[in-house]
Design a protein around this ligand. Structure first.
Ligand code: CMP
Length: 138
């Protein structure tokens, strides 16, 4: 059964010109792009998106980073989309990411790690609804 997940190409990867290469990996991975947009977000918007991490020591730095430049956000669809995207992304810390994963190829550090992907169905539903209206999904 087909499943939707939410993904962001983060400011570090957009800045370095990796947007197209990361989209190619996503399409090669069999994902359909249901919605996509490039935008800059405010620190407040980043804080709302990452509210689940608000008690973490890296919260302020993370929300500064995420609002530091344009990002590309997407809704992606395929069978097992949530787990399959996380596999394609690789470990949060690129130093631990497997060869061939997006983070191994394109990420610089545990914070500036090139890509975000939802970690569970409830998170995906929250994240999609946070950034996209229903009519934007095709
Ligand atoms: P993401 O998958 O978007 O979810 C939360 C983000 O917080 C994560 O990717 C990283 O960008 C960041 N993050 C997670 N752990 C750390 C850490 N130990 N130090 C700094 N940033 C982190």
């Amino acid at each position: 059964m087909s499943e939707r997940t939410f993904s962001i190409i983060k400011p570090d990867a957009v800045r370095k010109g990796y947007t197209g290469a990361i989209l190619a990996e996503i399409e090669k991975g069999g994902f359909q792009i249901c919605a996509i947009k490039k935008l800059s977000i405010s620190k407040k918007q980043a804080e709302g998106f990452y509210a689940v991490h608000s008690a973490r020591p890296f919260f302020s730095s993370l929300t500064d980073f995420m609002s530091s430049g344009p990002i590309v956000m997407m809704v992606l669809e395929k069978g097992n989309a949530i787990a399959d995207l996380r596999k394609l992304m690789g470990a949060t810390n690129p130093a631990n990411a497997e060869e061939g994963t997006i983070r191994k190829q394109f990420a610089g550090s545990i914070e500036e790690n090139a890509i975000h992907g939802s970690d569970a169905p409830e998170t995906a539903a929250f994240e999609i609804g946070y950034w996209f209206a229903g009519y934007e999904l095709v």
